[in-house]
Design a protein around this ligand. Sequence first.
Ligand SMILES: Nc1ncnc2c1ncn2[C@@H]1O[C@H](COP(=O)(O)OP(=O)(O)O)[C@@H](O)[C@H]1O
Ligand SMILES: [Mg+2]
Length: 251
Amino acid sequence: MSSADILTCVDLAIGHGSHVIMDRLNLSLPAGKILAIVGPSGCGKSTLMRALGGLDAPLGGTTTLMGVDLNSAEGVRRQDILRQTGFLFQGSALFSSLTLRENIEMPMREFLKAPRQEIRQLAEYKLALVGLADAMDKLPSEISGGMAKRAGIARAMALDPTVIFLDEPSAGLDPVSSGRLDELILRLRDAFGTTVVLVSHEIPSILRTADFCVYLDPDTGTMGAYGPPKSFLQAGQPPKVHAFFSQAHFD
Ligand SMILES: Nc1ncnc2c1ncn2[C@@H]1O[C@H](COP(=O)(O)OP(=O)(O)O)[C@@H](O)[C@H]1O
Ligand SMILES: [Mg+2]
């Protein structure tokens, strides 16, 4: 762990209520990098993402975000950190009665003390970044699944987050949309220096984008590996991790 790490967890245990689903999780992520969380369905990826983002208290151990333990931080300090994060939840719904632009303006209106016209321009800029400049005045029901995902990412980007959390951003997308999403994620890192934490099943996409990857193993109830995803394809990795990566890779 180094002071440049924007996100850490030490002996983290996560779960729901008192039920622990994963423990002994230890990882650290340098700022401006992309972390992918992978593992079989139901193993706890979304739960880990929420814990790393400070939305749910750990059942044990600690997590820090931007050097702050969000579980013990309170009030303004906690709000200040959370304000620098953006989330796209699994199956994240846009407000169906609002246009895409209004959906993106919503968090801006809540948090930015800026004139209406300025907020409008900012929202248009975010939508243009995700390739939705021509769809700003559409309702969510009028756009494709891939466009909705991108609009959800634009909303997560609304307040220029330092760290953005994306839960299965490419699930259910066709290969072209999925490729565009990879480019967008790389652009967030490379052009804006955003740290990205994402949950994904798409091994080729993880190999293209992620700097680090954590594999959650439901059989052992802890992480099976943590490192650069390309290293998971090499010999010497735990067999389960190697199989998960190479099998999915050649599907
Ligand atoms: N709010 C909740 N309350 C209780 N159990 C939950 C809740 N959310 C998820 N779970 C359970 O926790 C486990 C991990 O869920 P989740 O983190 O969503 O897995 P993944 O994202 O890897 O598919 C699953 O067994 C799931 O049923
Ligand atoms: Mg999930």
